[in-house]
Design a protein around this ligand. Sequence first.
Ligand SMILES: Cc1ncc(C[n+]2csc(CCOP(=O)(O)OP(=O)(O)O)c2C)c(N)n1
Ligand SMILES: CC(=O)[C@@H](O)[C@H](O)COP(=O)(O)O
Ligand SMILES: [Mg+2]
Length: 617
Amino acid sequence: MKPQTPLLDQVTLPEDLKRFSDPELAQIADELRVETISVVSETGGHLGAGLGVVELTVALHAVFEAPRDKIIWDVGHQSYPHKILTGRRARMRSLRQQDGLSGFTKRSESLFDPFGAAHSSTSISAALGFAVARDLGGVCEGGLGDVVAVIGDGAITAGMAYEAMNNAGHLKKRLFVVLNDNDMSIAPPVGAMREYLAGLYEGDTLQGAAAQAPSLDAGRAAGGTVFENLGFTYVGPIDGHNLAQMLPLLRELKERATGPVLLHVVTQKGKGYKPAEAAPDKAHATAKFDVSTGKQHKAQANAPSYTAVFAQALLQEAEADSRICAVTAAMPDGTGLNLFAERFPSRCFDVAIAEQHGVTFAAALAAGGMKPFCAIYSTFLQRGYDQVVHDVAIQRLPVRFAIDRAGLVGADGATHAGSFDIAFMANLPGMVVMAAADEAELKHMVATAAAYDEGPIAFRYPRGEAVGVELPERGRVLEIGKGRVVQAGARVALLSLGTRLEEVRRAAERLAARGIRPTIADARFAKPLDREMILDLAARHEVLITLEEGAVGGFGSHVAQLLAEEGVFDQGLTYRSMVLPDVFIDQASPKAMYDVAAMNAEQIEAKVLDVLGGDPV
Ligand SMILES: Cc1ncc(C[n+]2csc(CCOP(=O)(O)OP(=O)(O)O)c2C)c(N)n1
Ligand SMILES: CC(=O)[C@@H](O)[C@H](O)COP(=O)(O)O
Ligand SMILES: [Mg+2]
């Protein structure tokens, strides 16, 4: 018998799906799932979320008319099946790599990605914006038709989602919000909303007969849902893996809906791939893996991760001080606070995807006499910035900010780069800002933050493996605003903040071969600056170069300000700052991203040689 050609091979764009019968669409979904697993096994990346929305993706593209209709995936980490169906299948194996496809939705990548994402809970606001633009006669590439936001049960815990629903329920524009409820965030979801959503489908037989399937008119016997009270028509819950139910329902919605509709779809994260179903938290994002066993190919680590060092150091401090508590915004594993939660469950708070609330909550914990460590990735702290200013800094409350994923993070790309925290924290009056140069320094900074009660304090550290230096038994409390000279040299001083120090050391070795021995210093603090050390370095060298894994406006800018105010430039000092360039750097390995930023050892060496004007000796 001739082997059957996969139907998926006949699909390049969503319009191709319209030729198939509903049972054939179910077959396409099965093939799409296999293709998604195959892709991620080769590239690594977000697996479970995409597998959970395979049928939903097929159904949406079969019924709606993208790119005229705008399908907006919240976060975008579940969009791999969507990418496969929207002209990108041939490039899928370049996912999350340099010059390859992004792991999230991205406007510049495809007309089928009408709104980029990667941070959560923006989709309903974006959908409403498109709906209003449409009704006001706005014009955009591809046209402007229906708008569909697909948002997860994790993402709908964030305040932004409610701000958008509040607005949408008032404006009453026709738009669709698909709530993809898999009862999982990255970790199991926590919070009252989780209980509420579960209550909406508990007792329902989702696999029930088509006659019982939800429809636009069905309503709920139990009375109004929170969504109805906000002005939406609530439809559901429906089994999001059952195309026989979903396709007719979506067609009905497309045909008849008038105002905002919330469709509650119940799915399983990791659906159809046993290892991902069994451990949806581990399969949220994976390394490359063996499809038959699910075993991930993880590189052998030579040193602990910075996150692990932070987590262990915080545990040590918390053993000694019962006022220490910890706050995470839906990232217990990513921040290492899962260990804290196990050891001190009553002192650890997962506030869900709610960075704004998390920061203000921590501020009041501090006002109430506790010592909160707010562990948030640099990129996600951006969302809580007004709270950092208004609730923490202005009130001088001693919240400790553990800023993980500082600097360039690699495969997640520009949306997840921790580029701005030095600038946005160090410009706040009274904020202490530290950056760890290695894991021992990180341990000292955790101890320093634990001991510091005079106001807010932050310390930053990058994603991934640390340097491999020996760890002290206990962290040592650092003197606030004091850096350290690591190597004494002449002519050129390299003043590093954070983990570029390793690259600076490598650059110094290369320079030594050319007869140049630079002084190397570790600033430790972006704020307050070690004025004495910096002015001394400036006085004793012809050239001073600062380095930081952050955008312009951070440490280097503060140093330049100091040097200018002290009149050091008038005395002939040549000063340069090496910062991230003024562009958003796309995904690649962290090393390759720092190459783009011109901040690796070779480029530091080149900068020194350039400043010395080809006069090395
Ligand atoms: C503002 C923000 N905080 C945290 C994250 C990290 N994050 C990415 S996906 C995710 C869980 C999302 O859960 P859900 O919306 O239910 O989607 P699922 O993965 O279950 O499909 C989290 C916490 C983020 N992307 N954005
Ligand atoms: C989509 C998202 O925001 C997270 O899943 C993120 O990719 C996690 O990053 P880490 O792998 O650095 O924890
Ligand atoms: Mg979920």
